[in-house]
Design a binder for this molecule. Sequence first.
Ligand code: PGA
Length: 259
Amino acid sequence: MTDLTRRMIIVGNWKMFTDREDGPVLAAELVHLVDDLGLDIDLVVCPPFTGLHAVSEGLNGSCIALGGQNMHWSTEGAYTGEVSPRMLLTSGCRYVILGHSERRTYFGETNEMVNRKVRSALTAGLTPIMCIGETLAEREAGETEAVVATQVEEGVQGLDADGVEKMVLAYEPIWAIGTGQVATPAQANAVHHHIRHVLTGLFGRDTASILRIQYGGSVKPDNAAALFSESEIDGALVGGASLDASSFIAIARAVLGRS
Ligand code: PGA
């Protein structure tokens, strides 16, 4: 039975795609398509930093919220190339993706760094979307549960239950990101169940059942409904398919198939 008390959340991660020209065009297409959707869900798009301002203006008045793809944990300072929580907030963001596997793999982000960012985002009033997930080698070695448990435990270190309830987790198996190789709904659901078990041990059953856990990794219009029919899957973090307005909205519509 699906737990309908958790509001579904669909997030588009535009990664390093779209510029000053096509970002606002994509936002306008989304606003147009979402108009008659009538869905009681959270919809978020996360453009590159340089597109935040223009996309924010384009989304103004719509039900689509804005998020950043990363941030530094400090309020300000001599950190060349970095962006602070307040800069995201004042650019119109309510959410921020933290610890995406591409940040961890290519830019050396550790659980400890991700934890600092999560705490800082919550303090600033942003909703952190903390990404976790195992590599193919880790899955094949039977280490999935241990890897995600450590990522969760270290990622939420120092938070209280209130903070944990406000955040969103995105379970993204690295082998499924951008590969077209989606986890089966049962595979994803099993890991989400395990994550909630870990959180129950840390913060108790109530907090663990409030926190939302999205699945990410090759989510497309044709596999979204099956994923969303699983009781532990509370939405999706969408990369490639979020760059096409009709695909992204089709994924959001797939929430209607939930029972
Ligand atoms: P994908 O990316 O949907 O293109 O697999 C997901 C993500 O990286 O968040």
